[in-house]
Ligand binder design. Structure first.
Ligand code: ME8
Length: 542
């Protein structure tokens, strides 16, 4: 364990101090919509981090769920002609099913209509009230139901045919009603100080700057209750009001770890290490939520990362345009791990990205079939044909004579680099590091030409094939968080025991000229090789 003065900020943020624990959350999704690629994307990013941390020896709590209150959900239920509870039960199920079809490893799925959450939401309200941060007034201003957000006149744009829209494009309506307020205006200085003292709190950097200038521009008190509809958590001691859906929703992150009971198990997980969100909802997580937490006298989450948005073949994704990408459809067409890989490799995480058929095919046929699939296929089928279907017998004295051993050394040194990228949420860079090794390995096969060594130097052939198999073992272990099924298929084909697949089994040797103590055991019988990533043929599936 490092000394207190050696502990860097990064280590605190990433749960590397004290016990290795990591609490990660996705947003909770509105149940007015069917799940689409955007929802799958955010939770996928959390899933990869959660799986990575578990394999890296952390105890992890990974939370996702559904946001079931508010005017938008009430309207959708009424359009469907059913009670909001029945409606939310139905639609929440779609998000639970999505977690299964995307192979998400969440530890909990929270619904804001659950009793545990209503208790927590009312408890934080009482706490804010008791601490003197809530007062009764009346709200007059603009509200966008689609965003469930209040807007200033100055933020709106006039439409040509009349009406006004928010910066998100959502229509706004004029609202006048009695309302409780949270004294957000008083939190400007504390927030700015907090951002300054915690430079890693908001990522990426460009978003951090946006938030800071928004807060510097001044904050108005926030309306936190509504009286013009009913679908929400009742305000304690004043049931004419329901809680503003964002105060209700943000509280889910503490409900799920036991709030309002602030015992050992609560403090085990809270504050969360990372709230992963889309750029559209950063303000709520980087301004309002920390202010609520400070007001309630609680610790603030350690980091919030705002990722970019996907378009579909260059066009904004929208229900009205009818170009929503449904996760199940693309999984069916391209395969689950192919989709998981594409989403995290195609676009630098944090930037906006475009989903196109062509880009997807290029990734599948290039990175997955040609690079990774081919490498496994070539090595495993050569071993099957020439080494009696067993892990080759390397020779200690001569195994380092072949340039491919250099690639193995790099593979042994890969994990710390990937860990650093994952802790920065730079998934695309992490994958690029792995692919550097894969491409090197493919190149070294061509150079070492084990097929010709078979006659001239059979021991050399065994050395080269063994080294390549060990390289494959290492990157397959590291790729598990990204592509769990494909990686386990590769590890099965190397006969790696199920219990020997976490990161401690990479076991980099103390001297990189040696092999790991967990390296593949020569003579182990291997199953018959099978292709991992077939090429995607445009005509095969439409
Ligand atoms: O905002 N590209 O829920 P929501 C990428 N209930 N990500 C996208 C996307 C796109 N085209 N479209 C949506 C809410 N997302 C609130 C959250 S949290 C306490 C409450 C993702 O159903 C992105 O993560 O509108 C965005 O933040 C989230 O879906 C919004 O989901």
């Amino acid at each position: 364990m490092p000394q207190e003065d050696e502990i860097t900020l990064d280590m605190r943020v990433n749960g590397m101090t004290g016990d290795k624990k990591y609490y990660i959350t996705s947003p909770i999704y509105y149940v007015n919509d069917v799940p689409h690629i955007g929802h799958a994307y955010t939770t996928l990013a959390c899933d990869v981090i959660a799986r990575f941390k578990r394999l890296d020896g952390f105890e992890v709590h990974f939370l996702t769920g559904t946001d079931e209150h508010g005017q938008k959900v009430e309207k959708s239920a009424s359009a469907a002609g059913i009670h909001p509870q029945e409606f939310t039960d139905r639609v929440s199920k779609n998000f639970q099913d999505l977690a299964v079809s995307m192979n998400f490893s969440n530890d909990d799925f929270i619904r804001t209509t659950e009793k545990r959450h209503i208790i927590a939401a009312q408890a934080i309200w009482k706490k804010l009230k008791d601490n003197g941060h809530i007062y009764l007034g009346s709200y007059e201003g603009w509200y966008a139901v689609r965003d469930e957000a209040f807007y200033d006149e100055s933020e709106l744009t006039e439409l040509e045919g009349g009406g006004k829209v928010a910066p998100s494009g959502a229509e706004v309506e004029w609202v006048e009603e009695p309302s409780y307020f949270f004294n957000l205006s008083e939190w400007q200085e504390p927030l700015l100080n907090f951002y300054q003292e915690n430079p890693d709190f908001i990522a990426p950097k460009s978003r951090r700057n946006e938030v800071i200038s928004f807060v510097k521009g001044g904050l108005r008190d926030l309306s936190i209750s509504r009286t013009s509809f009913k679908w929400g958590v009742p305000v304690p001691d004043d049931t004419d009001h329901i809680m503003y859906v964002w105060l209700d929703a943000l509280t889910n992150y503490i409900t799920a770890v036991g709030y309002p009971v602030e015992d050992k198990s609560f403090s085990k997980w809270w504050p969360a290490n990372l709230h992963m969100v889309g750029k559209d909802i950063l303000r709520f997580h980087a301004v309002y939520w920390p202010a609520f937490l400070m007001g309630a006298g609680m610790d603030i989450h350690k980091r919030v990362f705002a990722h970019g948005w996907w378009t579909n073949e260059g066009k904004k994704i929208s229900k009205s345009v009818g170009n929503i990408i449904e996760p199940n459809e693309i999984i069916e067409t391209y395969g689950l791990d192919q989709v998981r890989y594409f989403l995290l490799r195609e676009v630098p995480f944090g930037n906006d990205g475009d989903f196109s058929r062509r880009a997807m095919m290029n990734r599948i046929n290039g990175d997955l079939a040609n690079d990774l699939g081919n490498l496994c296929q070539r090595v495993l089928s050569m071993v099957n044909k020439n080494c009696g279907g067993k892990i080759p017998n390397y020779e200690e004295e001569t195994i380092r004579d072949f340039p491919v051993f250099q690639t193995l050394k790099e593979a042994y040194s890969l994990l710390p680099k990937i860990r650093e990228k994952i802790d920065k949420q730079a998934f695309h860079e992490a994958l690029e590091e792995v692919w550097r090794i894969i491409r090197n390995a493919n190149q070294t096969i061509d150079e070492a030409a084990p097929w010709s060594l078979k006659k001239t130097n059979p021991q050399g052939m065994e050395n080269v094939l063994y080294t390549l198999m060990e390289v494959i073992r290492l990157f397959a272990i590291i790729l598990q968080p990204f592509m769990p099924d494909a990686s386990s298929k590769i590890l099965d084909q190397l006969s790696v025991d199920l219990e020997n697949r976490n990161f401690s089994f990479i076991g980099p040797p103390p001297n990189l000229d040696l092999l790991s103590e967990f390296a593949l055991k020569p003579d182990t019988i291997l199953p018959k090789p099978e292709g991992v990533f077939p090429r995607f043929l445009e005509s095969s599936k439409q």
